[in-house]
Design a protein around this ligand. Structure first.
Ligand SMILES: NC(=O)C1=CN([C@@H]2O[C@H](COP(=O)(O)OP(=O)(O)OC[C@H]3O[C@@H](n4cnc5c(N)ncnc54)[C@H](OP(=O)(O)O)[C@@H]3O)[C@@H](O)[C@H]2O)C=CC1
Ligand SMILES: N[C@@H](CC=O)C(=O)O
Ligand code: NA
Length: 436
């Protein structure tokens, strides 16, 4: 066979990938040229859902990335180390890389792509964002003619699965999270999903592709879904919204300098918006560009089969390019410009205080005449314009008031909240969510 694959990791995605590579019938004919020759794991005795040919498994991952026979190293172990060192060593030994590791690429992409460019090898990562949804290669190739100003979407399957079940059947957060783990959707440490960090990794990668600049992950604003309560789900529903964890990268071309904002937070999405109906483990990435207008990519965002579909498509892309450019396997002499990453500069992201957005806020106040007026006056003093303000409920001497604003500057909204915090009519504001 022509192309030899060394696979690092045989967990959810590794097993899905091996299953495709070992069952080629009816798929693309080029798969017949691809052979899985080594598989690196941590434990040889662990039970697997897949039966591998004998002698493929090893715990010596260094031996895989330095094996002169191997053309493509597929990294599916996850996390930063040892994935980073193994990938760098594989590149140094002239291997092409396929990875699903968004945590690694969002933190060390610059180092990895620089090493790969120097060595003339490809690093492809279709599985890292949107699981099985083709979005990275389409952004690089099919949308290359566009000036992209917004990439926005649901990019974490676990949290979308949790929110969907909480909204549809009032399911308990911890139980649904456990089911997402059993289904293989969650990260090894599900904190990355629940706290929005996985979505932040993914939107940093998409923003970099969209705007052609590197993103400093620490500047990406990030809030997860732990604070979403059944009360907010109910109020949002009554107001015509669905709550989704959105990852949003936008660029305003109106100012002299590009104003780029990259953020992840739970958002009230109007029920008629296409992203409101993306449910369960599905993801969707909505892109606005000039001249294309709006385009949306939709499909399964996590799980063994869908993610493996993206991994194997990258392997096929590399095999296809090498076959047609006729270069020796490990070293492409002139890299395909639509499959490499050549970004050089980091961009500065706008601080969250500068964001212009709508807000939903829920207040617990004293149930007295004039409270709504006082809230309205305070917001007005900070140039926060209110779209609706309603007293939804009373509990004894307390009232529950929900405010939805028009587009406001986040810094102004927070200044109003700071002032309200010190008023004796306001007991607390348990929820503060942005509205699309
Ligand atoms: N699960 C999903 O739906 C998706 C996952 N991804 C990404 O794919 C990657 C893999 O995820 P997933 O398959 O879920 O992870 P799993 O935890 O299911 O699998 C990880 C695999 O890597 C092996 N491994 C981990 N650390 C080491 C180590 N130090 N040395 C040797 N082997 C090691 C494990 O070995 P052993 O089995 O022996 O313990 C296991 O086989 C991650 O980067 C993840 O973010 C991307 C999209 C979707
Ligand atoms: N844990 C991730 C897996 C895919 O990237 C998710 O839930 O989306
Ligand atoms: Na993808």
């Amino acid at each position: 066979m022509a192309f030899k694959i060394g696979l690092l990791g045989l967990g959810t995605v590794g097993q899905g990938t091996a299953a495709i590579l070992l069952d080629r019938e009816g798929r693309h004919p080029l798969l017949k040229e691809i052979e899985l020759v080594r598989v690196g794991v941590r434990s040889l005795s662990k039970s697997r859902t897949i039966a591998l040919p004998e002698n493929l498994l090893t715990t010596d991952l260094e031996a895989i990335v330095t094996d002169p026979e191997i053309d493509i190293v597929v990294e599916l172990i996850g996390g930063v180390e040892p994935a980073r060192s193994l990938i760098l060593k594989a590149i140094d030994h002239g291997k092409h890389i396929v990875t699903a590791n968004k945590a690694l690429i969002s933190r060390h992409g610059a180092e990895i792509f620089s090493a790969a460019n120097q060595k003339g090898v490809y690093v492809l990562l279709e599985a890292a964002v949107g699981g099985g949804i083709p979005v990275i290669q389409p952004m690089k190739e099919c949308l290359g003619a566009n000036r992209i100003n917004t990439v926005m979407g649901i990019v974490n399957g676990t949290t979308n699965y949790i929110l969907t079940r909480m909204q549809a059947e009032a399911a308990n957060f911890d139980e649904v999270l456990q089911q997402a783990q059993e289904l293989g959707y969650a990260e090894a440490d599900p904190t990355a999903d629940v706290d929005g960090l996985d979505a932040a990794d993914k939107i940093a990668i998409l923003a970099s592709l969209a705007f052609g600049e590197r993103i400093k992950l620490e500047q990406v604003y990030c809030e997860g879904i732990r604070g979403i309560s059944a009360t907010d789900i109910d109020y949002a529903d009554r107001l015509g919204f669905t709550i989704k964890l959105l990852a949003i990268a936008s660029r305003s071309l109106e100012s002299d300098t590009d104003n780029i904002s990259v953020r992840v937070h739970p958002t009230l999405v109007p029920k008629l918006h296409p992203l409101a109906s993306i449910n369960g483990v599905n993801n969707a990435i909505f892109i606005e560009g000039e001249p294309i207008g709006q385009v949306m990519f939709f499909g399964p965002g996590a799980g063994a089969g869908p993610t493996a579909s993206a991994v194997v498509s990258d392997i096929l892309n590399i095999a296809g390019i090498i076959t047609t450019t006729n270069t020796p396997h490990g070293l492409a002499e002139s890299a395909h410009p639509l499959m490499t990453c050549t970004h050089q500069h980091y961009c500065e992201l706008a601080p969250i205080e500068e964001l212009i957005t709508r807000f939903y806020a829920r207040f617990i106040t004293r149930d007295l005449p004039g409270v709504i007026g006082k809230l309205g006056t305070c917001f007005g003093n900070h140039e926060v314009s209110i779209e609706s303000i309603v007293q939804i409920d009373t509990h004894g001497k307390q009232a529950e008031i929900v405010v939805v604003t028009h587009d406001v500057r986040e810094g102004n909204f927070r200044a109003a909240l700071d002032e309200l915090k010190h008023m004796d009519i306001v007991d607390r504001f348990p929820s503060l969510l942005r509205v699309l």
